[in-house]
Design a protein around this ligand. Sequence first.
Ligand SMILES: Nc1nc2c(c(=O)[nH]1)N[C@H]1C(S)=C(S)[C@@H](COP(=O)(O)OP(=O)(O)OC[C@H]3O[C@@H](n4cnc5c(=O)[nH]c(N)nc54)[C@H](O)[C@@H]3O)O[C@H]1N2
Ligand SMILES: Nc1nc2c(c(=O)[nH]1)N[C@H]1C(S)=C(S)[C@@H](COP(=O)(O)OP(=O)(O)OC[C@H]3O[C@@H](n4cnc5c(=O)[nH]c(N)nc54)[C@H](O)[C@@H]3O)O[C@H]1N2
Ligand code: SF4
Ligand SMILES: [Mo]
Length: 698
Amino acid sequence: MSDLQTQYRTCNICEAMCGLIISHDDTQVHSIKANPDDPLSRGHICPKAIALQDFRTDPDRVTTPLKKVDGAFVPISWDEAFDYAAERLMAVQNAHGKDGVGVYLGNPNAHKFGNLLNLPTLVKALGTSNRYSSATADQIPHHVASIHMLGHPMLIPVPDITRTDMMLILGGNPVVSNGSMMTAPGFGKHMDALQARGGRVVVIDPRRTETATRAGEHLFIRPETDAFLLLALIHEIFAAGLQDLAALADVTDSIETLNQAVQPFTPELAAEQTGIDAQVIRDLARDFASAKSAVCYARMGASTQSFGSLCQWANNTLNIITGNFDSPGGAMFTTPALDYVGMTSRKGKTRSYPEKRSRVSNQPLYNGEFPVSVMAEEMETPGAGQIKALVTVAGNPVLTAPNGQRIGRALGQLDFMMSIDIHINDTSRHADLILPATVALEEDVYDMVFHSFAVRNTAAFAGPIFAPPNGNPAEWEVIARLAAKLTGSNRIGPSPSEVLGMLLPQGYHADKVSVESLLAAPNGSIDLGPLVPNIVDRLETPDGRLNLAPEVFLADLPRLLDFATAASTDFPLLMIGRRQVRSHNSWTQNSPRLVKGRNRCTVQMNPQDAARLKLTDEGDALIESAVGQVTMPVEITDDIAPGVISIPQGWGQRKGKLEAATKVQTVSINDLTDDSRIDPISGNAAFNGVPVRASAAK
Ligand SMILES: Nc1nc2c(c(=O)[nH]1)N[C@H]1C(S)=C(S)[C@@H](COP(=O)(O)OP(=O)(O)OC[C@H]3O[C@@H](n4cnc5c(=O)[nH]c(N)nc54)[C@H](O)[C@@H]3O)O[C@H]1N2
Ligand SMILES: Nc1nc2c(c(=O)[nH]1)N[C@H]1C(S)=C(S)[C@@H](COP(=O)(O)OP(=O)(O)OC[C@H]3O[C@@H](n4cnc5c(=O)[nH]c(N)nc54)[C@H](O)[C@@H]3O)O[C@H]1N2
Ligand code: SF4
Ligand SMILES: [Mo]
């Protein structure tokens, strides 16, 4: 055994960026522990971080390029692999035009700065407009609200949870997810501290979540009706004359237009739609507006639904009109060491949105990407611009996109498909070529994205601990070499750490933060302090002002007013999703230490519904939607509202080489979600509120 060494490192599985202390020798990890002195995570860790070592040694990991020959994958050399990729992709583009090749980028890319720096070069080399990512399964409503109100998609307000006196959480479960568009490791402890200083947390969710239980205050809401609630809160604040723009009064436009627009959204209407009592809504509005500071935070449940964009607009608006925007204890903006907004400033530029519309069903394109919901139809529908080949990088849309089975069928019809992935998963198994990727401990780590959404400004960088297997290149280099091959060049750009060295001097903390100072930081991380007010100088709208009532949202209000919650007779239940502490999306389930124990892929159902449907905890239920069906164990609990069922996301790995390490077959929620259900403003998938029916499985 070689000498033991210690590395301070950020976990890059989820958005929380927990500080870790990793003890290792040259060949293996000895321990992975929480870093109590990390200025952001302050000793928080979750079981997934321990599994970082498993992803490296996973026996099912792809460690050489694999080419499909007569239906079976055979190892080939890197040179052969790049030649084969370029030959087949170019053949498709020669026959069908540039758009004949589609590209899908999955969630792990957002956590790997080498990928983020090099993927734009690959996408440019492909020259296709058929671009997709997991972002439209996740968060486009947040970007759309920021674009129209603040002028830049990445000016995302973050709840200042360390100073707030009241927090309203809609459709997020940060005790489990550790926050999203809100990097808040150890959220539960933040919540405890908030309550200990006399503050309140109110959780609004169709499920009494782990966050709701710890918060103490919880209100059940009927799925997809959050916009009614948020607009009623705004309505009530105007009615009580409690609106106050505070420091933003001089830069904010259209408050009277907003007041007029929310007139129809009374607490009584909201009560009818949401199931929350009108007086409770009135009290909540007054408490929120009169709290010393308060912040409303709406996430997945409120953004991946049919009114996702309206929710995010109303969420910002509620914070703004109560003086809780860009002010301590409210929703604030980070000043990150690597300033992505500054690097991509839109100041003084006028753009029209959506940037484009999709070929088959006319859905909007934001941030250069079409909704993943239309990817299947773009592969299936003949004509100029049809996708005939696909490149996926760190993605698994067969399990993670709505109506995943349809995507699987469409992948089977392609002329060519290739994936860069660590696994032969439910998506990459359709590929003709798989290129292996390096995993976290084999790479540099600097978080380019999530420092921008963090509840405190910090910066951390660490290098690789282990060499990749078989002398493989780092993933950034695989991406860069593929791009170079496609453009007939043999040069690739500088390494990610070199690029970081060039970008940090342009950021907010150039005096303190450089690659060298980060590597020398005693805890592996530099503390850059609490969030500070800054938005007035940073507004990126063409006129430099904050718009409270963009037309795109006002024009969607009639659709909300028409929304009928009357359950369909064929599909009387509403399905929502959930996340679990010991899994991350669809890919950590191959770590035995994360999946051991009972099968967690259960359908949660209220006792009233179970009794009516004659379902018990011992039996399985058949769940059917307009697009598919699954059979799964039932978990009866009054933590879920009557009329609603919850199924966890990320399961359903097929039996075979890469089955979930559980001994039972699990199911994919996305065999049930419907790709025709989207938020029309943003194109984001509406995963929540899917009409379904349940019965005892035969
Ligand atoms: N019904 C429902 N569906 C959902 C959601 C939901 O709440 N409900 N959530 C949505 C959300 S928020 C998201 S972000 C998406 C995620 O959707 P995806 O990004 O499509 O899925 P992931 O499971 O994150 O899969 C990532 C893939 O990356 C591979 N991988 C892991 N690490 C690496 C690496 O370092 N390099 C490479 N090249 N590959 C790697 C894994 O093998 C896996 O195949 O799912 C969405 N789908
Ligand atoms: N452990 C773990 N952590 C993760 C992930 C993971 O897979 N596992 N994934 C990461 C990713 S990619 C993301 S994007 C984040 C997401 O982080 P969160 O936004 O916290 O996501 P969820 O835990 O899915 O929480 C969504 C909540 O919305 C509720 N909900 C559903 N429909 C509605 C509705 O109509 N209205 C309201 N008010 N609530 C509703 C659900 O019951 C659920 O509690 O988590 C990240 N962190
Ligand atoms: S919460 Fe878990 S997975 Fe997320 S960064 Fe922290 S340790 Fe990693
Ligand atoms: Mo996500």
